[in-house]
Design a protein around this ligand. Structure first.
Ligand SMILES: *[C@@H]1O[C@H](CO)[C@@H](O)[C@H](O)[C@H]1NC(C)=O
Ligand SMILES: *[C@@H]1O[C@H](CO)[C@@H](O)[C@H](O)[C@H]1NC(C)=O
Ligand SMILES: *[C@@H]1O[C@H](CO)[C@@H](O)[C@H](O)[C@H]1NC(C)=O
Ligand SMILES: *[C@@H]1O[C@H](CO)[C@@H](O)[C@H](O)[C@H]1NC(C)=O
Ligand SMILES: *[C@@H]1O[C@H](CO)[C@@H](O)[C@H](O)[C@H]1NC(C)=O
Ligand SMILES: *[C@@H]1O[C@H](CO)[C@@H](O)[C@H](O)[C@H]1NC(C)=O
Ligand SMILES: *[C@@H]1O[C@H](CO)[C@@H](O)[C@H](O)[C@H]1NC(C)=O
Ligand SMILES: *[C@@H]1O[C@H](CO)[C@@H](O)[C@H](O)[C@H]1NC(C)=O
Length: 879
């Protein structure tokens, strides 16, 4: 069990782990180096870990690091016993085949890779013979992005044990000169201060971090397992020339444009705020707090509008008004009264925001539309493409749309696409105690427009990245890269034309001193160009459709392969010594919550998982379980439809004992047993089926023996309950026990309890606990357990969010969609299922697979008929 790793993360904030892990003593990380070189804001980081197997038998040794989300991995290699094993970047489909083959042999072939706020994980393991050594070397590259007037290089240090030779070396070289440089992050504390050295000399800086073994054990974020935290290098460059920095090398150039000596432009901003029911509680409070803060920040020359929406729109004022103190006070009162309620009509709300901006144009100002939502469109126009095309038409490129997706129930890709189609950007707001700061932080990025209609012109340049930008904000930066035609610098002439407060301004190279030529030709500028081009092509691929989309995808793939970048279109296949399976590394996507984006076979990375509510995607199993009560308080259950007796074959407690072989302490024989209503969705959106299980029962939810995966649930025995426990077992010694208020994770002898928001990875299993849900992924199987509340009691509801790519699962969550035909409508309704005619009645069920639950109409029938199998097939004798 060398691959045992337990990691606890508190949504981006990494905590030291208290438990001691076994096995790790078997190997010794005797050297761990992180070497980061930044030139022209392009950071190349190499992590090198050298490990010795201390025992005399072969051991699985793991390499597990975190890298920034924005980075592309460009190289991974292992040195074992004089041999080099290089990871190879391949088109995703190709790599997938390799992965599938391994999976179909029942082998775990995945590198779990999940995403936090700013970092994602890279993990692999390999068998190393007794007393042998191995070196892992990972390289990743990223173009630093300037926000709030600075760049941040984040380095995550968590070698997993104290390391004798531990080093972080950062070297920064910026031709323009480094204006300031600071070291921040969780590892930049007093007790480690003497381990950090910083040398800053004009246009170069060196940061070294060499903590001793003792420091690695005793520092604030350290423990028996050594360090666990971040170093964040924060810096900015001098900006004396208004045209900015242009660097050229080998026929490629990169231009950083960030003039700061400009006047701010008055802005017209409309905030469109989702107040649907799902925003209730802390989210709406934080939104109010952030809005109040933002209102305080508006300048008197700004105009603004506020709309809150659910299924209806609520205007503060129908038109934009000036941000004077009287209006601001009135707006604050409006903000304080925003209440959560109702459904989500995104279409209507965004169109109204666009109308307000269109109706109030002001010469020399910058208009901005900001949407904040935490869910999918659920009412009004709900077809996403229709919303996108409506919005695009309404905005007509006149101003940018920024979409803030609050939490993980939003379809982030929908928001991202919509904002990219309208010159904006989407940002995820993580549901956490600092959500209001994230909101205001985002707002501050766009709070000070300095230029509009920025056109970057490069006579003598070709193959340029994006050159038109609708707005430029103080503290940010515009970066353009390209090729110099025929590598002829003489004819190359950059110029920027833009509008600053109604005045057309030109920035050009009158000075003749902006161009700097790299002395060494290391292909770096070319890589910057490739990085930026791939990023933008991926954005295009998302934004466009039809042949243009395919073209963007094809180009992005070609470049990714050429430059060896692990992007969403490519994967890295890590070959290993004979006898070990290859690992396939996918870049996780910013789409849904951490684990869902985790490495997860083909379905996880290619098909998008939807938020709650509304129909499913093919990757989401459509059996959802609803819950119903006996309308008559007395056994047996609801008034029945005509036709077969509902509880045929098994009835409540006795049957339960027979099938379950187990008595439940909570069963009170005197009480009327509760009826649990289940909903079986259908393939083609026709009316779903529903059926009842009576009494408490231990149900088989999802069994996949080929992967040693068993998920069972215990139904509540009292009213108001769905499931009271759901237990998951993986590979014999990984267990996740979910209760309404707690999750217990057992890995071998290690037991951890989780009551608050938490995140734990153990082998290929990841568990994420949030306020009202628990998300568990095991390889490509993703199970979501929702915690619902009814009448003050909490109960659990399981949803299969992603099926395994291979294997033949059994259990209630693995049922296929129902398929039926209505053969008779009056006087009684009969459905034909698999050559059998079944009499049904129309009834309702609560669909607890969505949040909040929705009541749906369904055809009621017996469990036997609905399941097409004896219900006892779905009972187990123990959790
Ligand atoms: C870090 O990497 C750079 C570039 O590969 C190399 O020149 C430098 O020597 C390395 N520094 C250390 C301390 O290894
Ligand atoms: C490993 O070492 C132990 C004691 O050091 C010894 O008993 C055992 O036989 C060795 N195993 C092998 C495979 O050499
Ligand atoms: C832009 O930001 C800088 C600091 O980051 C500040 O000094 C400057 O005044 C700002 N410019 C405007 C127009 O607000
Ligand atoms: C642009 O890039 C493509 C692909 O890298 C290359 O084939 C082409 O020659 C470049 N165009 C010019 C004008 O250099
Ligand atoms: C960029 O803007 C200029 C002038 O505003 C326009 O002529 C040009 O077509 C635009 N280019 C792109 C690629 O949109
Ligand atoms: C540079 O811009 C100024 C206007 O700001 C213009 O008068 C001048 O002709 C431009 N020079 C070149 C070389 O384009
Ligand atoms: C020319 O460059 C120097 C230093 O690089 C700078 O101080 C000066 O302001 C620049 N002049 C113009 C017109 O950009
Ligand atoms: C879909 O629904 C229709 C009626 O709504 C039904 O006739 C048909 O059999 C259903 N199943 C499939 C697979 O189309």
């Amino acid at each position: 069990m060398g691959r045992l790793v337990v990691q606890i993360t508190l949504f981006g904030l990494l905590l030291a782990l208290a438990t001691t892990l076994p096995n790790k003593d078997d190997w010794d990380i005797y050297s761990f180096h992180i070497n980061s070189t930044v030139t022209s804001r392009y950071a190349t980081t190499v992590i090198t870990s050298r490990v010795a197997n201390r025992i005399n038998e072969s051991k699985e040794i793991e390499f597990h690091v975190q890298i920034p989300k924005n980075a592309f991995i460009s190289r991974f290699r292992m040195f074992i016993d004089g041999q080099v094993y290089d990871g190879v970047v391949k088109a995703k489909e190709q790599a997938q085949q390799q992965y599938d083959r391994a999976v179909s042999r029942g082998e775990s072939a995945g590198i779990v890779s999940s995403v936090g706020r700013t970092m994602e994980e890279f993990k692999t393991s390999v068998n190393v013979a007794g007393h042998k050594k191995i070196t892992f070397e990972l390289t990743y590259e990223e173009l630093m992005k300037r926000t709030h007037g600075k760049y941040e290089l984040q380095i995550h240090a968590r070698p997993m044990q104290p390391v004798k030779d531990f080093k972080v070396d950062v070297y920064i070289h910026e031709k323009a000169g480094i204006r300031f440089i600071d070291v921040k992050g969780g590892l930049s504390t007093k007790d480690l201060a003497n381990a950090i050295t910083k040398i800053h000399a004009d246009n170069q800086a060196w940061i070294n971090f060499y903590p001793t073994v003792d420091q690695q054990k005793t520092c604030n974020r350290c423990g028996e397992q050594g360090m666990n935290g971040d170093l964040v290098i924060v810096y900015d460059v001098n900006r004396d020339s208004s045209l900015g920095d242009i660097k050229e090398s080998d026929g490629y150039f990169v231009h950083h444009f960030a003039p700061s000596n400009l006047q701010r432009i008055p802005k017209n901003v409309v905030f469109v705020i989702d107040q649907s029911g799902s925003m209730s509680g802390r989210k709406i409070e934080q939104t109010r707090a952030a809005l109040l803060h933002i209102l305080n920040d508006l300048a008197e020359e700004d105009y603004f509008g506020l709309i809150s929406f659910d299924s209806q729109l609520f205007h503060w004022k129908r038109e934009l008004v000036q941000a004077n103190s009287q209006n601001l006070d009135s707006a604050k009162t409006f903000v304080e009264r925003i209440q959560d309620r109702g459904a989500t009509d995104i279409n209507r709300a965004v169109l109204e925001g666009a109308r307000m901006l269109n109706a109030n144009p002001r010469e020399g100002s910058a208009s901005i539309l900001i949407l904040l939502t935490d869910g999918d469109p659920t009412t009004g126009v709900t077809n996403r493409e229709e919303i996108q095309s409506n919005v695009r038409r309404a905005i007509a490129e006149k101003f940018p749309l920024y979409c803030l997706g609050f939490g993980f129930d939003v379809n982030f890709e929908f928001l991202e696409k919509m904002s990219l189609q309208n010159n904006g950007a989407a940002r995820r707001i993580y549901e956490d105690s600092d959500a209001d700061l994230q909101l205001t932080g985002f707002y501050e990025e766009v709070a000070t427009p300095l230029l509009t209609d920025v056109t970057m012109i490069y006579a003598g340049g070709t193959n340029l990245t994006q050159t038109n930008f609708s707005q430029y904000y103080n503290g940010s930066e515009i970066v353009v890269a390209g090729q110099i035609t025929n590598n002829d610098i003489e004819t190359f002439s950059p110029e920027v034309v833009a509008i600053s407060r109604s005045t057309r301004v030109t920035f050009n190279n009158t000075n003749g001193s902006v161009m700097s030529t790299a002395t060494e030709s290391d292909g770096l500028i070319q890589r910057v160009w490739a990085y930026l081009t791939v990023k933008q092509l991926l954005g295009k691929e998302l934004r466009l459709s039809g042949p243009e989309k395919d073209k963007a995808k094809k180009e992005a793939l070609e470049l990714s392969l050429k430059y060896n970048f692990v992007t969403p279109l490519t994967s890295m296949v890590v070959t290993k010594p004979e006898g070990d399976n290859p690992d396939v590394l996918h870049k996780p996507k910013e789409g849904r919550k951490a684990a869902e984006r985790g490495f997860a076979g083909h379905a996880g990375s290619q098909s998008r998982l939807r938020g709650f509510g509304g129909g499913g995607t093919p990757s989401q199993k459509s059996l959802s379980i609803g819950y119903g009560y006996a309308r008559s308080p007395l056994f047996p259950g609801p008034p029945g439809p005509p036709g077969p007796p509902r509880s045929s074959g098994y009835s409540g407690l006795d049957q339960q004992r027979t099938h379950g072989g187990k008595r439940f302490g909570l069963l009170r024989p005197a009480a009327a047993p509760v009826v649990h209503r289940f909903l079986l969705k259908t393939e083609n959106q026709s009316k779903p089926l529903c059926f009842d299980f009576t009494g408490a029962a231990l149900l088989k939810l999802f069994h996949l023996p080929s992967r040693e995966m068993y998920v069972n649930g215990e139904l509540e025995s009292r009213k108001n309950g769905g499931f009271k426990k759901i237990f998951m077992h993986f590979q014999n010694d990984h267990h996740v026990e979910v209760y309404p208020h707690k999750v217990t994770v057992r890995v071998g002898q290690t037991v951890t309890h989780h009551t608050g928001q938490d995140f734990i990875t153990a082998g290929s299993v990841t568990m994420i606990k949030r306020d009202a849900e628990v998300y568990v992924t095991a390889g490509d199987v993703h199970i979501l357990v929702l915690v619902h509340q009814k009448g003050g009691r909490h109960f659990l509801w399981p949803v299969l969010r992603q099926e395994p790519s291979v294997g033949d699962p059994d259990g209630i969550l693995a049922l296929n969609d129902a398929d039926y035909e209505e053969v008779q409508q009056t006087p009684i309704t009969k459905l034909k299922m698999k050559d059998q005619e079944i009499v049904v009645s129309s009834d309702t069920a609560d669909d607890y697979s969505s949040v909040p639950p929705v009541t749906v109409r369904c055809w009621f029938m017996s469990a036997d008929s609905a399941l097409q199998r004896p219900p006892s097939d779905f009972f187990v004798s123990q959790l």
